[in-house]
Write a protein that binds this ligand. Structure first.
Ligand SMILES: [Zn+2]
Length: 285
C-alpha cells in the first residue's frame, strides 16, 4: 500500500526509472543481435561496400552536396541462416517486423558511421541511410496467413498467398530529396518522403531542390485473390475479396504476371489507413 513516506517514494521512482530504461535496453540488445548477424554473414561486406561508395563519390567530386547523398544497401536476411545463426533475431522479425526494421536501420547506421569516421568524414544524417531489408525464404506458414474476413489481423509478420489479379503501373516513392538555399547562405537540407520545399534554417526562404539528386524507388500496388477463387470459380454465395499489397522494387526479383501465383511476406506499416500490406518479399509460388 502507498503510504506517502519517503521509502515508498524512492521505490516508486526506482520502478519508474526501470520502466523508462527497459525499452532502450531492449533496443540495444536487438541492435547487437543484428550487428552480430551481419558480421557472421556477407551483410557486413555489403554495408561496407555501400559506405565505401559514398566515400569514393565524395572524394571524386568534393562537392558539399555529395555529403548529403544517400547510402543505399539491400540486405537479404535469409530464413535458413537466421534459423542457424540467430533464432532470437528470427523471432524478432516474425513477431515485431517494425521493431526489427528499426534495429536494422540503426545498426547499419552505426556501422556506416564508423567507416566514415575511419575515412575522415563526418557522420551522415540517418535520413540518408536507406536499409532495404528483406526476409527471404520464409516458407509458407499457415499460422501467419492474413485473413481479414476472420478478423485475423496479425500485427507481426504476415503472409499472403494467392493469384495476382491486378496491379498498378509503377509509381514513384520518394526516399530522399536534397535542397540548397539559393540566397547565398550556403545551407543544405535533406527531406524524406516529401517533395515540398523546406524553409532555409538561416534565412527562412524556401529552398531549391537538386533535382538530379532526388532518390526514388518504384512500387506497385497488387491485388491478390485467394487461390480458391480460381479453383472453384462457380461457387455461389461467396465473395472473393482481393488483398492489397504494396510491393517496392527491392522486395522482389521475379517478374509480375497476371494470373501468376505468388507468396508474399509482409507486415502492416505504421499509418497505413487501409488493409494494405507492405511486402518485404515476394516470390513465385
Ligand atoms: Zn538561406
Amino acid at each position: 500500500m502507498f503510504t506517502g513516506d519517503s521509502t515508498n517514494l524512492l521505490e516508486l521512482s526506482a520502478t519508474t526509472e526501470e520502466t523508462n530504461a527497459s525499452p532502450s535496453n531492449s533496443q540495444f540488445r536487438e541492435q547487437k543481435l543484428v550487428e552480430k548477424y551481419c558480421r557472421e554473414t556477407q551483410l557486413l561486406k555489403l554495408i561496407e561496400g555501400s559506405a565505401g561508395k559514398f566515400v569514393e563519390n565524395y572524394r571524386t567530386h568534393r562537392r558539399p552536396e555529395d555529403l548529403l547523398a544517400p547510402v543505399q544497401v539491400r540486405l537479404d536476411f535469409v530464413y535458413r541462416d537466421l534459423l542457424r545463426l540467430s533464432a532470437k533475431l528470427l523471432e524478432l522479425v516474425v513477431e515485431e517486423p517494425l521493431q526489427f526494421a528499426e534495429a536494422v536501420k540503426y545498426t547499419v547506421y552505426g556501422l556506416v558511421r564508423d567507416q566514415l569516421k575511419t575515412a575522415g568524414l563526418k557522420p551522415i544524417d540517418i535520413s540518408q541511410l536507406h536499409a532495404h531489408w528483406r526476409l527471404v525464404g520464409l516458407p509458407y506458414t499457415p499460422g501467419l496467413q492474413f485473413e481479414p474476413r476472420d478478423n485475423c489481423l496479425r500485427l507481426g509478420l504476415t503472409q499472403v498467398q494467392g493469384i495476382l489479379s491486378a496491379y498498378t503501373p509503377p509509381e514513384n516513392l520518394v526516399l530522399q530529396t536534397i535542397w540548397y538555399c539559393g540566397s547565398g547562405c550556403m545551407r543544405n537540407a535533406i527531406q524524406t518522403s516529401s517533395t515540398d520545399a523546406p524553409l532555409c534554417s538561416g534565412c527562412s526562404r524556401p529552398m531549391s531542390e537538386y533535382q538530379k539528386l532526388r532518390v526514388t524507388e518504384q512500387y506497385h500496388l497488387l491485388a491478390i485473390l485467394p487461390g480458391s477463387a480460381i479453383q472453384t470459380p462457380r461457387t455461389t454465395g461467396c465473395l472473393h475479396r482481393a488483398k492489397l499489397v504494396r510491393l517496392r522494387a527491392h522486395t522482389h526479383d521475379c517478374d509480375l504476371k497476371l494470373g501468376g501465383s505468388y507468396l508474399i511476406t509482409g507486415y502492416f506499416a505504421g499509418g497505413a489507413s487501409t488493409y494494405q500490406i507492405e511486402a518485404c518479399h515476394l516470390r513465385s509460388n
